[in-house]
Design a binder for this molecule. Structure first.
Ligand code: BV8
Length: 240
């Protein structure tokens, strides 16, 4: 039986917080059964994800990249939000000012009922054309023989790849939230990817920043407190 995680004054801090920012990564979706990005048995076979999740990788082999995203899209549909996702949605309901910035593209926070969600790296619910601004739903696996768009461009997932800039409005909102937060939770991310991870180093200048992760991360040395636990061992206990 996992001994209860020592939350200390975290519940009091949550109650007293005027403005809360939460940053999540694939670790919170590991609780739903989805593989993390870099962990043991992380995403996908023998390919380095940076090789697949990049415009160059797509250029080189669009069918391989779409095969990967088709598999992930179907995996997202096959799982449910975890107790951790649901707990964050409940915490938001009781908070005066709450922003959830996620690096995940699996829509699990939205399905759990979270409202103010900033999808920093896009979402796997839509595809967009590489040439014009056409978009289409991506609810089922895309037909690998029909990747071209009528305008001569190609369909690609509505995802931010390595080397691509994040949506300016989303990034601006996230850094504004980081600048006004007095409490930040960093949950299930290795803290390796920028600019997402910089939200924590920005917030810590005025906010109390708590990391929830079974392992140390690139952010552990920069936060006020790092709780060595899984998201579902902590978050449901913070819901009043
Ligand atoms: C940009 C969408 C401007 C795709 C993703 C050198 C130094 C610094 C930065 C750079 C650099 N060279 C290039 C860069 C910039 C680059 C970057 O940060 N690279 C890193 C790898 C060094 N960033 C970019 O390119 C960004 N754009 O900067 O634009 C620009 C333009 C041109 C040139 C330069 C800059 C775009 C980044 C977005 C990339 N797209 N995803 C897709 O999903 O397919 S990032 C990808 O990584 C996912 O979004 C993922 O979420 C994200 C972060 O990974 P994590 O979520 O943290 O997952 P990971 O497996 O790493 O960790 C899981 C954690 O969970 C672990 O710590 C584990 O312990 C924990 N865990 C496990 N179980 C649990 C748990 N925690 C809690 N509970 C559990 N049960």
């Amino acid at each position: 039986m996992q001994e209860a995680v020592q939350l200390g004054d975290l519940e009091d801090r949550l109650d007293a917080a005027r403005s809360i920012l939460v940053l999540t990564g694939s670790g919170i979706s590991a609780e739903s059964g989805l593989p993390t990005f870099r962990g043991v048995g992380g995403l996908w076979r023998t390919h380095r994800v940076e090789e697949l999740a990049s415009a160059a990788g797509f250029e080189r082999d669009p069918v391989l990249v779409w095969t990967w995203y088709n598999e992930r899209r179907l995996a997202h549909r096959a799982v449910e939000p975890s107790a951790a996702h649901v707990a964050l949605a409940k915490i938001e309901q009781n908070a005066a000012d709450f922003t959830l910035a996620t690096q995940n593209v699996d829509s699990l926070h939205l399905r759990a009922g979270s409202r103010n969600v900033l999808e920093l790296h896009g979402k796997l619910r839509e595809a967009k054309c590489t040439r014009c601004d056409a978009r289409r739903p991506f609810d089922d696996a895309l037909d690998l023989n029909a990747l071209e768009h009528a305008c001569g461009g190609m369909w690609r997932p509505d995802i931010v790849w390595f080397g691509e800039t994040l949506p300016a409005d989303v990034l601006e909102a996230a850094f504004e939230a980081a600048g006004r937060a007095d409490l930040m939770l960093v949950i299930g991310t290795s803290g390796m990817v920028r600019p997402a991870a910089s939200l924590a180093t920005k917030a810590v200048t005025q906010a109390y920043v708590v990391e929830i992760n079974p392992e140390e991360t690139a952010l552990t040395a920069h936060v006020d407190r790092s709780i060595r636990a899984r998201a579902s061992d902590v978050l449901p206990h913070l819901v009043t």
